[in-house]
Design a protein around this ligand. Structure first.
Ligand code: 1HE
Length: 257
């Protein structure tokens, strides 16, 4: 287990565990924590098959560290926000499945971070809020894009205008989480799902992680054409032959990589 000042990393079978580790500050993200997250993702070696992201203490993450928030010129705010975008994009498109375990506050930039994960497992203590609109600021960590894709721009607008809180059941219903577990059980489920997903065929996983989000941004014709190319890539591999043979032979597929 390696402990930076704010992010603790550990390895467990092919999983890289990333724990936001500022529980006294509700895991608020300051520049150092953002940099540590980016570095941990960039330095993950080929032996990392999946990433599990979670928070220490009672909450997943309280978003931007407001103590570090100071008067910035507009151009500095743009640069700061673009830094969050780069880091969360690097996580989303790191080529490995990212599974987030959510509990307590999943708030502001914490929700933006969670939405960069591919699989989200919440426990019953999780709640979701975007308080930016009530604090006189705006989202800057990707919510306009990622939360809009999940909630729709209409619901996102209302959520930000009123600063309402969605509880764990709401979050599950709305797609902010994909799984809802009893209190304290999200991390174990997240690890189990990460192991399961990491066992898929590598190219098939790569395409799910990289092609689907991009195809969703394309026009219909381009999307369908790109899908056909991705299908051709996946279906002409040994892994596809193994996956289909395993189904027909009623056995578990064994993928390499
Ligand atoms: C913080 C932060 C923070 C807590 N930055 N220090 N995010 C927010 O507006 C959310 C602000 N936080 C909260 O609403 C609450 O803290 C929680 C609901 C998350 C948790 O409540 P609670 O009662 O468990 O904790 P607390 O007593 O409010 O806070 C405990 C300590 O954490 C306290 O510090 P202390 O030194 O007085 O003990 C808080 O100041 C500190 N703390 N949250 C700094 N966010 C790229 S743009 C992204 C834009 C945003 O994310 S804006 C949304 C920011």
């Amino acid at each position: 287990m390696a402990s930076g000042t704010q992010l603790t990393t550990a390895r467990e079978d092919g999983l890289l565990l990333l724990r936001l580790d500022r529980p006294d500050k509700r895991n608020a993200i300051d520049d150092a924590l953002l940099a540590a997250l980016g570095a941990a993702v960039a330095e993950a070696g080929d032996d990392v098959k999946a990433i599990v992201l979670y928070g220490a203490g009672e909450h997943f993450c309280a978003g931007l560290d407001l103590a570090e928030h100071r008067d910035r010129a507009a151009v500095e705010v743009v640069e700061h926000s673009r830094g969050w975008h780069r880091t969360f994009d690097a996580l989303q498109f790191c080529g490995r499945p990212v599974v987030a375990a959510l509990h307590g506050a999943v708030v502001g930039g914490g929700l933006e971070l969670a939405l960069a994960a591919h699989v989200r497992v919440a426990d019953t203590t999780a709640f979701y809020r975007l308080p930016e609109g009530r604090r006189g600021i705006f989202v800057g960590g990707g919510a306009s894009v990622r939360a809009s894709r999940v909630l729709g721009a209409d619901r996102l607008t209302e959520m930000m205008l009123t600063g309402r809180t969605y509880d764990a059941d709401d979050g599950q219903r709305l797609g902010l989480s994909h799984y809802l577990e009893p209190q304290g059980a999200a991390l174990a489920r997240a690890k189990a799902l990460a192991r399961q997903v990491a066992g898929n065929a590598p190219l098939s996983n790569y395409l799910m992680l990289n092609a689907l989000a991009r195809i969703a941004e394309m026009g219909r014709e381009d999307g369908l054409f790109t899908e056909a190319l991705a299908a051709a890539l996946a279906q002409s591999t040994d892994e596809a032959r193994e996956g289909l043979a395993a189904f027909l032979e009623k056995r578990k597929a064994g993928f390499e990589g």
